[in-house]
Design a protein around this ligand. Structure first.
Ligand code: KIV
Ligand code: ZN
Length: 524
């Protein structure tokens, strides 16, 4: 069996599936402009392959994959397809304009999936997989095959399917732990068995795709690399179906920090990790927990006195990575109302964002408003202002003003004004269980969109009494989930902005039609 060289560092291909598996996180649907922005950020980050979507699943997915394939250069653009002619044709149609197109075909192989989902025999599975790979190879030489639920597939059968897929022309064979069931020792063993027993395994790159249901996605991906895998599939912030996927920032920094052990490297510009994480969190509304490894707000915060003492004497006592290496800025500079446009532009750049002059001016205007309300403007405040400017979509309604009077034991009185184009509309009424409810009821009345609030969360962007509050909501409309986000030093205003953002999203996505299409096709 060929073994990975101990002395030379092996290149590991980073396959990012934030826009496909990541988008499968509940409530994380993104519009085309948002996906495009993330795709460009992924190229800047240095990923090798971007899985941009599942083109047959909806017209929205198809449009996003083709737009990304046409516009984004510097990474392979991949489209997902089941082993069905229509899926593969549609995937090719979407990725064909890419600089380096890739088609990713998948078919479940485990007994559970064969018997209960597909109702197909082992022979049928092999035939379907081979036919799928051959059809994809007819379109482009860069073809990836995934035996879905590989980890729960009988080992001999897995080897047989992988061998046949490679013989049919697959250049990457991906081993998914679809349900996050594997243990590290088992994953390591599966990859070793494939390398030992599949005679043509050296004709393809072995990839790994781990889900995080037992919290082991990164560990399982690392042992796969140790056993010889040459590609890791991952997502920014680890978002994805259910408990998510292997987190890109964690696997990349583990490989880099422990290169002495793994003897492997990636092309990732690690200084872009934090800005990309912030961008994806802002767009998807899925917050990064404070103690999340690498990109969490506390990832480099030392609280214990003994640790602080050690850090002052020598940072390497308690720090295995430097914050600046992952894109955190060690800034002592706090901006305030007397800071100028140049100082702000400088901070924006240091935070890893590249904005044009017009965008900087808009952020500067918002910064001045904010600096009037709070004394010190921190990096996190600036990041929020920048993100608000960067991923705007056509917001039909905007908040002009509101006034709520409420108190214990009384129904709130609200007056709220919205703008739509040139016209302003106002409602004044007594309603709701409390001020937030009253705001939502008023918004529903004026926009004509009635939603069911499923989740409401407030967190402070920075520390201090005058900190900005960030409200994230999830609402249900027509059986689908939509998210909204609002930031203000006034948390009630932030709530109004978040609900309005969700309502505008519903209106912009054509009343959830795109999601319905997507769900219908997933049920196939
Ligand atoms: O988890 C999984 O099995 C997948 C495949 C489509 C690769 O996402
Ligand atoms: Zn997956």
């Amino acid at each position: 069996m060929p073994t990975p060289s101990d002395s030379a560092s092996r290149p590991i291909t980073i396959f990012d599936t934030t826009l496909r598996d990541g988008e499968q996180s509940p409530g994380a649907s993104m519009n085309l402009a948002e996906k495009m922005e993330i795709a460009h950020a992924l190229v800047e980050l240095g990923v090798d392959v971007i899985e941009a979507g599942f083109p047959i699943s909806s017209s929205g997915d198809f449009d996003a994959v083709s737009a990304i394939a046409k516009e984004v250069r510097g990474a392979a653009i991949c489209g997902l397809a089941r082993c069905r002619d229509a899926d593969i044709d549609r995937a090719w149609e979407a990725v064909s304009h890419a600089e380096q197109p890739r088609i990713h075909v998948f078919l479940a192989t485990s007994a559970i999936h064969r018997e209960h989902k597909l109702k197909m025999s082992k022979d049928d599975i092999v035939k379907r997989a081979v036919a799928g790979v051959k059809r994809a190879v007819g379109y482009c030489p860069n073809v990836e095959f995934s035996p879905e639920d590989a980890v729960r597939t009988e080992t001999d059968f897995l080897c047989q399917v992988v061998e046949q897929a490679i013989a049919a022309g697959a250049t990457t064979v991906n081993i998914p732990d679809t349900v996050g069931y594997a243990t590290p020792a088992q994953m390591n063993n599966v990859i070793r068995i494939l390398r030992n027993r599949v005679p043509n395994i050296d004709k393809a790159v072995i990839s790994v795709h781990c889900h995080n249901d037992l919290g082991m996605a990164v560990a399982n991906s690392l042992v796969a690399v140790e056993a010889g895998a040459g590609q890791v599939e991952c997502t920014i912030n680890g978002i994805g179906e259910r408990a998510g996927n292997c987190s890109l920032e964690e696997i990349v920094m583990a490989l880099r920090t422990r290169s002495d052990y793994y003897h492997a490297h990636t092309r990732i510009n690690t200084r872009r990790l934090v800005p990309t994480s912030r961008l994806v969190a802002g767009i998807t509304g899925i917050h990064v927990q404070r103690n999340k490894a690498i990109v969490g707000q506390n990832a480099f915060a030392h609280e214990a006195g003994i640790h602080q003492d050690g850090m002052l004497k020598n940072p390497t006592t308690y720090e295995i990575m430097r914050p600046e290496d992952v894109g955190f800025t060690r800034s002592e500079l706090v901006l305030g109302k007397h800071s100028g446009r140049a100082a702000l532009a400088d901070r924006i750049q240091a935070l890893g964002y590249s904005l044009n002059n017009e965008q900087i001016q808009r952020v500067f205007n918002d910064f001045k408003d904010l600096a009037d309300k709070k004394k010190e403007v921190y990096d996190e405040d600036i990041a929020v202002l920048v993100e608000q400017q960067m991923h705007t979509f056509e917001e039909r309604w905007s908040l002009v003003s509101y006034d709520v009077r409420s108190g214990t034991g009384r129904t709130p009185e609200i007056s709220l004004t919205l703008r739509e184009g040139d016209r302003e509309v106002t409602t004044t009424r007594q309603c709701g269980d409390g001020p937030v409810d009253a705001v939502l009821l008023a918004l529903e009345e004026l926009t004509g969109v009635t939603v069911d609030c499923k989740d409401f969360g407030v967190h402070s962007v920075t520390v201090g009494q005058d900190a900005q509050g960030e409200v994230a909501v999830q609402v249900e409309y027509d059986g689908r989930l939509y998210r909204g986000r609002g930031v203000s030093t006034d948390s009630l205003e932030a709530s109004a902005l978040a609900f309005l953002n969700a309502i505008n999203r519903i209106l912009a996505l054509g009343n959830g039609k795109r999601n319905e299409e997507k769900e219908a096709s997933r049920r196939l």
